[in-house]
Design a protein around this ligand. Structure first.
Ligand code: SAM
Length: 270
């Protein structure tokens, strides 16, 4: 579908027409942005940003008009079609637009949909990949996604709906890969039960990583069997969280001592 459309849109570049850059903002801290992302922000005239983008990252676009179009589970949010229309209108007015998204735009970020909408409208667009929380959250908590002799693969799955994670996590051979679940905090009990039922030992190390690379970064370390008991504190109850299940989680206590994850300041809400 998209091959012809996107090539055409990149080449269209009519005089007076702006362009849109989908930029991955990484997991939170501004110093985890890529150099290309920083350049795009410095040159931006309009920025449409998501709820998880930090204030320090937004400050890298000092000359831009900045609009929050964030979505967080269970709260009023900007409709996806409205976001498309806003970007297209700004680009047609000749603006250099940055669409700033948490982590990587193409990892559960609807970046593909947005690029398709822009391409269909004939708006030149490109993507600047970002550091996904799927790998950054474990890494910053001392958990390598792969580790020789412990795990030779990892899977990243959405915990948002059972239809997304169920077919994979109930058929993945126990221990075959490190399991990384985004948007899975609310489903941790169901995920734990399903994996144990599928033959994963209850003793498999597991972690919940809240607010990685933000001021409220915290982690919980336990096992697949105790995963349902992991509780957010008052500090982290509003923070995004990532689940990690697999033998590599056992390295966390050695590679990132707990106190490094517990002495940070305040978070920024959209
Ligand atoms: C809609 S998905 C977007 C993922 C994003 N595109 C990425 O690549 O990181 C949002 C989920 O990412 C995870 N997440 C985002 N930021 C995080 C952070 N700083 N720490 C831990 N998990 C995070 C959480 O699972 C959250 O529910």
């Amino acid at each position: 579908v998209s091959g012809e459309i996107s090539v055409a849109s990149r080449q269209s570049g009519r005089p007076g027409l702006g362009r849109v850059t989908l930029v991955g903002a990484g997991p939170g801290a501004a110093d985890l942005l890529t150099v290309r992302a920083v350049r795009a922000l410095e040159q931006a005239q309009v920025v449409f940003y998501d709820a998880l983008v930090s204030r320090e990252t937004l400050e890298l676009a000092p000359r831009a008009q900045r609009f929050c179009v964030g979505k967080r589970a269970g709260r009023p949010s900007t409709r996806q079609e409205t976001i498309h229309a806003l970007m297209i209108r700004a680009a047609r007015r000749g603006r250099r637009v940055v669409r700033l998204k948490g982590g990587d735009p193409f990892v559960f970020g609807r970046g593909g949909e947005e690029m398709l909408a822009l391409a269909s409208a004939g708006v030149p667009c490109e993507v600047v990949p970002g550091v996904s929380s799927a790998l950054a959250a474990p890494a910053l908590s001392g958990i390598p996604a792969t580790h020789r002799s412990l795990s030779a693969a990892f899977v990243v799955v959405s915990g948002h709906a059972e239809t997304a994670w169920g077919p994979l996590l109930t058929t993945l051979p126990p221990g075959a890969a490190t399991v990384i679940v985004l948007m899975g905090l609310g489903a941790r009990g169901a995920i734990s039960a399903a994996m144990v039922q599928a033959g994963w030992p209850r003793s498999t190390p597991a972690a919940v990583l809240w607010g990685a690379a933000t001021a409220v970064a915290r982690r919980w370390l336990g096992t697949l069997g105790t995963l349902p008991e992991a509780q957010a504190s008052s500090v982290t109850q509003d923070a995004p969280g990532t689940l990690v299940i697999g033998e590599v989680v056992a390295l966390a206590a050695v590679l990132a001592p707990a106190d490094e994850l517990e002495e940070r300041g305040e978070a920024h809400a959209c």
